[in-house]
Design a protein around this ligand. Structure first.
Ligand SMILES: [Zn+2]
Length: 236
């Protein structure tokens, strides 16, 4: 059996027996990996708080037959700002849940790893929900989902766009209306988000548009994974 090292984001963990936890890691080199963190539920655990959800860590694991065992953890990113606030943390938990839902164990996806580490670090800096919305847009694009945001997905009209439905291909006009109503301001901003230019919008987008986009992004991702998210309740 071999030992390997990787960089990883802690997606979640769950109890195993009396004192251990299984940690679900999204690694740079191997995609999603489950590892046993032994003794982590004891107060004197050598891993301490380093394996908190949303942390970015350097880990060493020992390959096992069924499960790998975490042997070393060094935290490189803690996310102290977003961890200090329940609503901000709920947004992070949502991103982690989405990545957990759309990925399979052991499938490497360097783009997905970059997207999530980038979003965590950017959100830690400015705590703007637009970062989370932009993350969802990029994740969908990475999954091959490219909704139409500049013209009606039914008739192609670029005027009177009023609604959005992911399963129908994107926005729709007043005559073809499918899905959820969206304000003209949010629709205009959505185009910018899907074009990857969110940075320009961070300081200038009004709160009501930010929250409307966030609700829309949540809705999109729930349609994509075909189930409600567990972690959205704190902010919608
Ligand atoms: Zn139309």
């Amino acid at each position: 059996m071999a030992t390997y090292s990787d960089q990883a984001i802690v997606l979640r963990s769950y109890k195993l027996g009396e004192a251990d936890r299984i940690v679900v890691l999204y690694t740079q080199g191997r995609g999603k990996v489950r590892g046993v963190a032994k003794g982590v539920r004891r107060t004197k655990s050598k891993f301490g708080a380093r394996l908190e959800n949303g942390s970015i860590v350097k880990v060493q694991l020992y390959e096992g037959k069924n499960l790998d065992t975490v042997t070393q953890v060094e935290r490189v990113f803690a996310g102290l700002e977003f961890r200090a606030d329940l609503q901000h943390y709920a947004r992070v938990a949502m991103m982690l849940e989405v990545v957990d839902k759309v990925t399979e164990d052991g499938v490497r996806d360097a783009a997905m790893y970059r997207l999530l580490t980038g979003a965590l670090q950017e959100f830690e800096k400015n705590l703007n929900p637009l970062v989370v919305t932009a993350f969802i847009a990029k994740l969908l694009l990475n999954e091959g989902i490219a909704p139409r945001v500049d013209a009606c997905s039914v008739c192609g009209s670029t005027e009177n766009l009023v609604a959005f439905q992911l399963s129908e291909g994107g926005v729709s006009c007043k005559n073809c209306r499918r899905g959820q109503s969206v304000s003209p301001e949010a629709l205009a901003a959505l185009g910018t988000v899907f074009n990857g230019q969110v940075r320009e919008m961070l300081d200038t987008t009004p709160d009501d548009v930010v929250f409307e986009l966030e609700a829309l992004a949540t809705h999109m991702v729930e349609q994509h994974i075909d189930s409600p998210l567990k972690t959205k309740a704190a902010f919608t």
